[in-house]
Ligand binder design. Structure first.
Ligand SMILES: [Fe+2]
Ligand SMILES: [Fe+2]
Length: 482
């Protein structure tokens, strides 16, 4: 593939996503407001605009469904967390009308889109998909819609979908679902409701099952932090890291369910804090810091209350209470009597510290690189982590976790795709070269290279020189890893 086609494909993917988001936006606006409403008009304008720009790239645009995958012409769109709602909304819309293929031609007007979306929202529910598709086509003709057409899914999409990486898609869905459930729990507590643990437990079971099945694809997802839902993604990330660590320590599935639940709820006390303090983008003053430090207590109280009607493991309450205490008990809250922290607490503290330090947040515009965080957790006893568990985390992630962008001594830029297969060579992970020595971008997914394998003469052809940020090279990590 040449450089131009790679760029075009990236561009198509990007505008394809934008197109789905605006179809979804217009569809929702039409459902909520009358046509003449300003929000509807704005949404339709935006839709016509994005459609025009995709058509300019490709001439004719065909959006095709194959299973749960969406293709724009020959390119499969990747599911992201920021566009998850738009994707599932679009799939539901198409499936609801028996449509597998939507064709958009250059010059499509806002009248056509408006008529099309109104018709799709108004098909009789008791028809089967084939009948609905037929009726939709009829009505589109009556409404004089010529630059939009619909049909069943084509063969090409189905074949390509079979090759697509279903494991990763499934991992993404699990992750997105975990984030949604975490969001509901936090909102519930904010509104003074006690959330039910049943849904929560189901989400955690799926996460645990996937960690057991394919640790790499789900832990890899925690590196995709392109979204600003820190509160929710943080608890899901901590849950994934804690469960993956627990699995390495030999905990059984039932113990992992409890651990995952405890991890997901570790910061639940924050739901009862003032949002202004949580989202403050400058240093906290003393009073605010004290308030912030009350979240383990508030969490403990919340979980005790939750436990009244539900079956919640005691260790989850303990972890919410202890996760900032540090192993030498110099953290907060200060315990009255000497104690030793439970295993769940120590595991969650390590997962929590790692995720918090590597994530970009309102008050932390440049996140630490993962390798520096791991080094600090390992060498700085003041952080108060259990050293054995930090070692286990390094073994789990490698010194360079999946998704880390690195510069090699060959002047190539690569993205870490997996830990080194050789535990003695943690500094030589699997990588995918994404920028070659002349500075040209390589097409995703890029060549997979095991840095731990020496050349015939016993020397290494490539060695990591330093960690860099993917943004500096305009790379979207998610397009390359796995
Ligand atoms: Fe916390
Ligand atoms: Fe936390």
């Amino acid at each position: 593939m040449t450089e131009t086609t790679v760029r075009d494909e990236g561009l198509l993917r990007q505008s394809g996503r934008a197109l789905l988001v605006s179809i979804h936006g217009a569809q929702r606006a039409l459902k909520l407001y009358p046509v003449e409403n300003a929000a509807v008009q704005r949404a339709l304008d935006e839709l016509v605009g994005t459609a025009a720009s995709v058509c300019k790239l490709e001439g004719v645009v065909e959006i095709r469904l194959a299973g749960d995958f969406i293709f724009i012409n020959q390119t499969r769109l990747r599911l992201g967390l920021d566009n998850f709602a738009a994707f599932s909304g679009f799939v539901a819309l198409m499936k609801g009308c028996g449509v597998g293929l939507l064709r958009i031609e250059d010059g499509v007007t806002r009248r056509e889109f408006q008529a099309f979306l109104s018709i799709t929202g108004d098909l009789p529910a008791d028809f089967d998909p084939d009948e609905r598709l037929e009726l939709l086509q009829q009505r589109m003709q009556q409404a004089d819609i010529v630059r939009l057409s619909v049909g069943r899914a084509g063969e090409v999409g189905a074949e390509t979908a079979a090759e697509a990486d279903e494991g990763l898609e499934r991992a993404k869905r699990t992750y997105a679902h975990g984030v949604a459930v975490a969001r509901d729990v936090v909102h519930g507590v904010r509104m003074g409701r006690m959330p039910s643990t049943r849904r929560l437990k189901r989400a955690i079971q799926t996460i645990v099952d996937q960690v057991m099945e394919n640790e790499l694809s789900i832990t890899g997802l925690t590196t995709l932090r392109e979204f600003d839902e820190y509160t929710f993604t943080h608890s899901v990330n901590v849950c994934i890291f804690a469960v993956a660590l627990g699995k390495r320590l030999g905990l059984d599935r039932l113990q992992l369910y409890d651990l995952g639940l405890a991890a997901l709820l570790h910061d639940i006390g924050k739901a009862r804090l003032d949002q202004a303090i949580l989202n403050k983008n400058s240093a906290l003053d003393e009073q605010e810091w004290r308030t912030m430090q009350s979240h383990p207590w508030l969490g403990t109280l919340t979980l005790f209350k939750m436990r009244e009607g539900e079956d919640l493991p005691y260790r989850a309450i303990l972890a919410a209470h202890e996760h900032h205490m540090k192993v030498d008990l110099s953290g907060y809250p200060r315990p009255v009597r000497p104690r030793s922290l439970g295993l769940f607490t120590r595991l969650i503290a390590v997962a929590d510290g790692y995720d918090a330090a590597t994530t970009r947040r309102v008050y932390q515009s440049v996140p630490w690189e993962a390798d520096a965080v791991l080094r600090d957790m390992w060498f700085n006893p003041g952080r108060g982590y259990d050293p054995t568990l930090v070692k286990a985390l390094i073994n789990l992630l490698g010194i360079y976790p999946v998704g880390t962008c690195v510069i090699l001594d060959t002047f190539e830029v690569a993205i870490v795709a997996g830990p080194s297969p050789d535990p003695e060579q943690l500094d030589r992970p699997l990588v995918r070269v994404v920028v070659d020595e002349s500075g040209s971008r390589m097409p995703p997914p890029g060549e997979l290279i095991d840095l731990s394998i020496p050349s015939a003469d016993g020397t290494f052809r490539r060695t990591i020189v330093k960690v860099t940020s993917a943004e500096r090279y305009g790379l979207v990590v998610g397009d390359y890893f796995i």
